[in-house]
Design a protein around this ligand. Structure first.
Ligand SMILES: [Zn+2]
Length: 218
């Protein structure tokens, strides 16, 4: 049974951890999903791309430590279901995921990277960060910009904008290859251009998944 934990934001992570640490949580797999990983709160606050959970390296370590102390085991995607388990995943393939690896090594925790491949080879920023930043600079509120980015997911724009900061850069192919060779790391298909899958025809959906798989296998 897969029990996704409520969207885990940095500001509420202690509440979620407290709930998970209660003795009466049932067996099953919880999937913890992250995107960017910041070195500090100041760095998270200064980021201008699409805001995600805004976790720092220290907070990730706290999440892992607390759940291990509460009796959860961290597993990779292939592990058979047994007891209370957690799968740690990072979406999209931001370069800042490199910061998660030393934490995972320290606590011996598997790490699944769900990679969207369109920006990987080009080194350009992810289109949703480019869109969000442009919309905010044009005076849209956070909610308006998020709504517009979600609408654009029906037909993801083909942006070719270089990263603005080291944080909105995707992993390079060499970085991804070295991560993929690590014994704690596994890769997963996260589509090629990250469209809204429910809005795609069957053939477009298959194309998106195949394009991603093809590039990951290279
Ligand atoms: Zn994603």
């Amino acid at each position: 049974m897969i029990r996704p934990v409520a969207w885990l934001h940095a500001f509420e992570h202690r509440l979620v951890l407290r709930r998970l640490a209660q003795g009466h949580e049932p067996n099953g797999l919880r999937v913890l999903l992250f995107h960017q990983l910041y070195a500090s709160r100041a760095e998270a606050d200064a980021a201008t791309g699409l805001p995600f959970e805004a976790f720092t390296v220290d907070q990730l370590a706290e999440v892992i430590r607390s759940l291990q102390q509460a009796g959860y085991s961290f597993v990779g995607p292939e592990a058979p279901l047994a007891g209370r388990q957690v799968l740690l995943t990072f979406d999209d393939g931001y370069a800042s995921v490199l910061r998660a690896l030393p934490v995972c090594e320290h606590y011996q925790v598997p790490l699944m990277l769900s990679i969207t491949t369109h920006a990987l080879a080009s080194g350009n920023a992810f289109w949703w960060d480019v869109s969000y930043r442009q919309l905010r600079r044009a005076g849209r509120s956070h909610a308006q910009a998020m709504g517009e980015v979600n609408r654009r997911k029906t037909h993801p724009p083909r942006t070719h904008t270089p990263p603005q900061t080291p944080l909105d850069r995707p992993l390079t192919v060499a970085e991804l290859q070295s991560l993929a060779a690590h014994r704690l790391v596994s890769l997963a298909n996260h589509t090629h251009t990250h469209p809204l899958l429910t809005g795609l025809s069957d053939s477009a959906l298959i194309d998106e998944l195949n394009a991603c798989t093809e590039r990951l296998e290279r």
